[in-house]
Design a protein around this ligand. Structure first.
Ligand code: SF4
Ligand code: SF4
Length: 58
């Protein structure tokens, strides 16, 4: 499951648009993944702030 560091996240929305699984929610001002996340890593590579980490991965 991907995790977003809220102190780094700009809420730019880039990760939301790129997720192939529609697994990123940003409805309440915070960006976080939901259970559809497959840990594909696309969002983590895209994030301009390096705010996204994947559990068990760097
Ligand atoms: S791409 Fe990064 S900075 Fe932008 S909303 Fe997603 S986690 Fe936040
Ligand atoms: S790791 Fe992949 S499936 Fe999970 S939130 Fe990021 S882009 Fe979506």
């Amino acid at each position: 499951m991907m995790e977003v560091d809220p102190s780094l996240c700009l809420r730019c929305g880039a990760c939301v648009g790129v997720c192939p699984s529609d697994a990123i929610d940003a409805t309440d001002g915070y960006v976080r993944s939901n259970k559809r996340c497959t840990d594909c890593g696309i969002c983590a590579r895209l994030c301009p702030m390096g705010a996204i980490t994947l559990e068990g991965k760097a």
